[in-house]
Ligand binder design. Sequence first.
Ligand code: FE2
Length: 392
Amino acid sequence: MAVTSFMLAGCTHTGAGALEKLSAELSTRGLKKPLVVTDKGVVKAGILEKVQAVLKAAGIPCEVFDETVPNPTDVNVEACRKLYEEKGCDCLVAVGGGSSMDCAKGCGVIAGRKKTINDFEGVGLLEGPMPFFVAVPTTAGTGSETTLFAVITSTKEAHPRKTVVADPRMLPNVGIVDPLLMLDLPPHITASTGMDAMTHAVEGLISRLTYEYPIAFCKESIRLIARYLPRAVGNGHDVEAREKMAYAQTMAGMGFSNAGVGVVHGMAHPLSAFYGIAHGDANAVLLPYGLEYNKMVRMDAIAEIAELIGVKTCGMSTLDAANAAIAGIQELNALLGIPRTISELAKQRGLKVDKKDIPALAQDAMKDISMTFNPRIATQKEIEARYELAWG
Ligand SMILES: [Fe+2]
């Protein structure tokens, strides 16, 4: 039996009104000048204003970097670091979806160092601690407030490539998960980010490195998402559904941060890097194909997903239950308005994709660190075949 080391954020505040905890988390540590890392969408939605009001009431002025782009690049991270250093900030507060979290984490990794974020691709390569870091998610998806990863798009290669920087020192000191910040998230983004969380939970559950703690968090997360995501998509102001999704996405983060993800994330990252497909959309579409691929090696665990998502499996064989789980995930996608194939998804989102890229996509997927946690060791030809199937 191996020794396991389960790692979480220092403290996670969850629930309606949790944002109020922000100022005390900074002031009790003598922190006076946070850089708030966010994006234009969060500013437009009025969420930055709420964060600033909480800080102002406690007499804490903040600087703001609101230039985060979707799938943030090394260039984006560099701009954020420049502002952090120029303004003499003493801590980071990420406010937004996964992109703002990743950009802020990337900034923390290189702040005060003479290196680029690309120098830290891989696991455990940080040269010292990050600045004090608070993560305030505005979507229920990424779980980044409790994970030790950042995904940054490298622009230094022939085509953009998503890279993963992972280190226990990147775990946020504080997570603030306030469902009231998520009420106005549009339905399609609620669906997409929610299915990202579902993919974290499913891949964390079946990962080759999973064990008791991640299994517990991932299972409860799957159960909550199946039950409450359709409600949150149907009515964004359903506070109970938003709150359950807030818990579910953080629990998925707690699970996959300790167990890893797998082939679905490995294949989704190149789709975002090549075509700008939203991370959650790519995961949602690929999830049934990834489960089908892993079914023969993790049939028991996949079969258990069926009951968690509300499919009655009494009297079914393990294989039938695993198939029912995969069909159930497809039905959930359909209920949320997410298409079954990559080409349908691209059409729906107005994005251009090209099937001729499959070998290059598969090549990048094989380089992705997510693949190392997948329960079945994949070959490039197998990944190409999965893309073919998923393309439609
Ligand atoms: Fe993800």
